[in-house]
Design a protein around this ligand. Structure first.
Ligand code: PLP
Length: 427
């Protein structure tokens, strides 16, 4: 692996991302998140559902509220001052995302509703027109439904076939199978960068390198990666990269599709309406250039501004120290759970990001979640929008604690104490 490729996979090797020498001060950053200061059921909230959605720092809330208090107007249309300000802030947000992902050009950043919409855009506009019967799309068994169902739909509409890369029992992608399944008929690889259900960090740069060696483009679902590690789409060389604002400490309703300009220029628009056209007559519609071509209608202006504020906030942290803090907490939680003889950890990949998924012999995940909630501890239970993965694991559901940099050892202790309570109740 080249240093460049290694850097794309190992955040700590990236430029300006030096190993942390100082411990991360989670208590200090917690103070930036007003929602974490509350009590639930008379106890301080322990929020361990960050993979579902992360909490928002005051800076994000203020950016959105300031926009509505002083700049609110529609973008790209008005000649008046407010519209100029709103347009400026919206396009500035695009530049913030471009730098965050290290994309070459800001027109390669398309604002969408979230990861789901980003993937659907590529499935509808890139895959569907290109797919022929017998062609193949390659996903993995680890995928979230939003990186599975859109491809299944595109395959069903065109006669193409969805191929699925299996995983090891530890939850790691079978790279040997990946190479084997990547064949002459593969038209696109669509893989998660980090698994939401197990936390597995896939070797993204390696995945792209192998696919490109066979001329196959790659989409990476980065929903669970961007909150935990710096992502450099130029170093990764991926063709598409999707993520959601709300998992990155930004607002809901906004997300990003990064796509290489040479690919996106060739793709037809997928939604028609305002802003995506350059001219319309009764006989002919001419489309706008990137990125407007893919942003029909009034966008989520406040959302883009909030997302930029979230990125500014995250960029202000020592990300290496934050990642080290999250890994230490994940290991600590796993160690403490190993004291429970009726708990089975699910997902033991060597490279993991902030997820502790488990089942308990004595209690159904839903009961675990309900008891923990009453103890003031918020976790997620269910299939995590990964039913094919649950099927592979032979479980209907898991309980999942997912960590962010603002979580502390006390949070983990409260979580483990609450699990002891579950055992008392159900064993
Ligand atoms: C890995 C992964 N991909 C895609 C999604 C979908 O994201 P959204 O619902 O924000 O579109 C999620 C959300 O949980 C996810 O974890």
């Amino acid at each position: 692996m080249t240093r460049h490729a290694a850097a794309a996979e190992r955040p700590e090797l990236q430029q300006g991302f030096s190993p942390a020498h100082l411990p991360f001060d989670a208590d200090r950053v917690r103070a930036d998140f007003p929602i974490l200061q509350q009590q639930v059921y008379g106890r301080p909230l322990v929020y361990l559902d960050n993979a579902a959605t992360a909490q928002k720092p005051r800076a994000v809330i203020d950016a959105i509220s300031n926009y509505y208090l002083s700049d609110n107007a529609n973008v790209h249309r008005g000649v008046h001052l407010l519209s100029e300000r709103a347009t400026g802030a919206y396009e500035h947000a695009r530049t913030v995302v471009q730098r965050f992902l290290n994309a070459r050009e800001s027109r390669e950043v398309v604002f969408v509703r979230g990861t789901t919409e980003a993937i659907n855009l590529v499935a509808q506009s890139y895959a569907r027109p290109a797919l022929k019967p017998g062609d193949e799309i390659l996903v993995s068994i680890l995928e979230h439904h939003s990186n599975f169902v859109p491809w299944k739909m595109a395959c069903e509409a065109t006669g193409a076939r969805l191929r699925v890369v299996p995983m090891t029992d530890a939850g790691e992608l079978r790279m040997d199978e990946y190479e084997r399944l990547l064949g002459d008929r593969t038209r696109l690889v669509a893989l998660g960068h980090v698994s939401n259900a197990l936390g597995t960090i896939n070797p993204a740069a390696e995945i792209v390198r192998i696919a490109h060696a066979r001329g196959v483009p790659v989409l990476l679902d980065g929903a669970q990666a961007v909150p935990h590690m710096p992502v450099d789409v130029t170093a990764l060389d991926c063709d598409f990269y999707a993520f959601s604002g709300h998992k990155l400490f930004g607002p809901t309703g906004i997300g990003v599709l990064y796509g290489k300009a040479e690919l996106m220029n060739r793709m037809p628009p997928w939604q028609g309406g305002g802003d995506m056209i350059s001219s319309v007559t009764l006989d002919e519609v001419r489309y706008n250039t990137l990125p407007a071509k893919f942003e029909a209608g009034t966008p989520d202006i406040a959302g883009a501004i909030g997302l930029a504020a979230a990125i500014d906030y995250v960029n202000g942290l020592d990300r290496a120290a934050a990642a080290a803090h999250e890994s230490a907490l994940t290991r600590y939680a796993e160690e403490r759970l190993s004291d429970f003889d009726d708990v089975r950890l699910i997902g033991r990949a060597a490279a993991k990001a902030g997820i502790v998924s488990f089942v308990m012999a004595s209690a159904h995940p839903h009961d675990i979640g309900t008891v923990l909630d009453r103890e003031g501890v918020a976790i997620r239970t269910g299939h995590h929008c990964c039913q094919p993965l649950m099927h592979r694991l032979g479980v209907p559901a898991t309980a999942r604690a997912s960590l962010a940099f603002y979580n502390t050892r006390e949070d983990v202790d409260r979580f483990v104490d609450a699990l002891a309570r579950v055992r008392e109740m159900f064993a």
